[in-house]
Design a protein around this ligand. Structure first.
Ligand SMILES: O=C(O)CCC(=O)C(=O)O
Ligand SMILES: [Fe+2]
Length: 331
């Protein structure tokens, strides 16, 4: 695993100032970052007026690394208050950054929320939570959060994932590995582009896990998009025991390659990691939670990019385990 190789994009002083100012204005009007159609309309209105230089820094991911770190936002460690003890108690903690993230997400595409996750909020709080240490979700800590595509089980999943750092005293790294850096044989690629294995809903979606829609359909792990391979990968929720030995071996070689090319990004307060969810799988290293109000704290937004052609058309027929992604802005 390598460190520090992520491409960096720097917001200028104008960009930082306007984002902060606009977010505070929206918060003053609505007194919460919980989204209503009115708040989302205001976000869209202001996002459209952000400066050309801010928009330029928010252009699509444009390297094989499949990600970038946006720098410049300021986060005052005292002002944001203590790290919430779980997403469920986070409420409007550091709400101004929920709005900043929504503005950034709206420039990059269309933010999405899930009814079944974090009360349908568009910006999630990622904090370690007591009792969840060993899960494969963002609330875990002592285990390695294995590399995964975000919301891999669902055809409405994000094209882009944004992780904004509020606090990270122990420099705990997010991991990221791009399919564009992987070396695989043609035979392995051919096997993994076949729709053989389903991806089941993860532990953040308890309702979807009890969905009874019959046998879940197999989906391809790899896909040949116009500009190269894309992937849909979540081994923790893929029933690999059902695969043929040859298929399983190819999947394991892909896992090993992703581990080989994986990088670590330790975010500092104010930095926003933007990950292309079709090119890159992300995870997190294990750590010891503090549970004293000073824990690592990220804010997460998921974004769809209209008319992107990075996935098989057959995804349109998937049931998505009864879950629906709610888009912030009308198409
Ligand atoms: O904690 C992290 O760095 C990443 C967690 C994660 O997988 C996510 O928020 O989707
Ligand atoms: Fe994730």
């Amino acid at each position: 695993m390598t460190t520090g190789a992520a491409p960096v994009r720097q917001l200028d002083a104008t960009g930082v100032g306007e984002l902060r100012q606009v977010a505070e204005k929206i918060l003053a009007e609505f007194h919460t970052s919980a989204t209503s159609p009115e708040l989302l309309a205001r976000v869209a209105e202001f996002a459209a007026e952000l400066s050309e230089s801010t928009r330029h820094e928010l252009r699509p991911v444009d390297t094989d690394a499949g990600l970038f770190v946006l720098r410049g936002l300021e986060v005052d460690d005292t002002e944001i208050g203590p790290t919430p003890s779980s997403w469920a108690t986070a409420g409007d903690s550091a709400a101004v950054y929920d709005i900043v993230l929504l503005l950034l997400a709206t420039v990059m595409g269309n933010p999405i929320a899930w009814e079944g996750q974090q009360d349908g909020r568009f910006v999630h709080n990622i904090v370690p939570a007591p009792g969840h240490e060993n899960e494969q979700t963002g609330a875990s800590s002592t285990v390695l959060l294995s590399p995964h595509t975000e919301d891999a089980f669902h055809p409405g999943r994000a094209h882009l994932l944004m992780l904004g750092c509020m606090r990270n005293h122990d420099h705990i790294a997010t991991t990221a590995a791009s399919i564009r850096n992987v070396r695989l044989s043609e035979a392995d690629i051919a096997l993994l582009t076949r729709p053989r294995l389903p991806i089941l809903p993860d532990d953040a979606y308890t309702e979807a896990q009890s969905y009874d829609g019959g046998q879940p359909a197999g989906v391809p792990t790899l896909f040949h998009a116009k500009d190269g391979l894309t992937l849909r990968f979540d081994p923790a929720y893929t029933p690999l025991d059902d695969a043929t030995p040859a298929h399983r071996a190819a999947y394991e070689r892909l896992s090993a390659e992703l581990a080989r090319v994986s990088g670590a990004v330790s975010l500092s307060p104010g930095e926003v990691l933007v990950v292309d969810n079709d090119l890159v799988v992300h995870g997190r290293v294990p750590f010891q939670a503090r549970y004293d109000g000073t824990d690592r704290w990220l804010k997460r937004a998921s974004v769809r990019v209209p008319a992107r052609r990075t996935r098989p058309l057959a995804e349109q027929d998937e049931h998505g385990y009864g879950q629906a992604a709610i888009e912030a802005h009308a198409a």
